[in-house]
Ligand binder design. Sequence first.
Ligand code: FAD
Length: 289
Amino acid sequence: MKISEIIKNKRTLSFEVFPPKKYDEEIDKLFTTIKELKSFNPDFISVTYGAGGTNRKSNAEIAGFLKKLGIEPLAHITGGPSTHKEIDEIIVNLKKQDVENILCLRGDKPLDFNDEYCKEFKNATDLISYLNDRDLDIAAACYPEGHKEADSLYADLKYMKMKEDLGAKFFVTQIFYDNEYYYRLVSEARKIGIKSPIIPGIMPLLNPKSIKRTQEMCGSTIPLGFRNQLEFFKDEPSLFREVGLNYAVAQIQDLIAKGAPGVHIYVMNNAQTAKEIYQRLENVFKKLF
Ligand code: FAD
């Protein structure tokens, strides 16, 4: 089913998983995780795609596994490392698995960025315009704090609008820890005529290492008050995890109360994280999703 159709009728709960690095050794573990995630009734689960384009086979396989399990997959595709021919092959593979929803991305430029990267698809917009006639629901990424390479939030919003005009039916946001960035993005997006649902992406910070990783990868700001709490509990792993989970739950509650169309949780292949969030919000999810 097309996710844009699901969103028309209800709030969505969704998760993100990624293909494991040691695919053959760890794929069964991921499949077990996915079965556990199913018990929380997600409306869809997204599957990431390596920026270097290395895991294109596993991305389709995992999407196929989701589909067979009765969970709608949202398959990420990064245009940056790919040729048109490779993208055609990816789509053939995804269609074989009956995948109907894709998240079109450019992908992060590698540190040793050379002209080969982004040669055929310079931006997500190129990928969207290449794929917008394939009977697939297209989603795209957006950035509550602006994309790190953009001159400003407003410059970035211009391309968000272009993504919608070219065929993106809904957006999933980058991680953020201050909901005000999300509300500002939605408000500014509406002002320039972007009408599609903007699903907030939430990733709980569960250990001290994840702070550095999240900031390096996503550049998301961690508000001082929250940062101070994390700092205070940094030598108490279980309390640190508790603080991170509670913060994510508070973010989700606030987002729902203020009308977000759903919530996308970056669970990092960890069903326990989903479970702990779900249990804290079970009645909210059951009643309002
Ligand atoms: P773009 O939309 O191309 O934007 C990149 C930059 O170019 C921005 O500064 C933007 O303002 C600008 N821009 C956009 N369009 C144009 C245009 N037409 N002309 C000129 N400038 C333009 N990475 C992965 O490798 N694999 C994944 O599976 C993955 N999943 C993600 C899921 C989500 C929800 C998000 C938010 C990010 C994900 N990423 C993933 C990271 C993503 O690839 C990076 O953030 C990347 O740097 C930008 O991708 P994009 O699709 O937003 O690029």
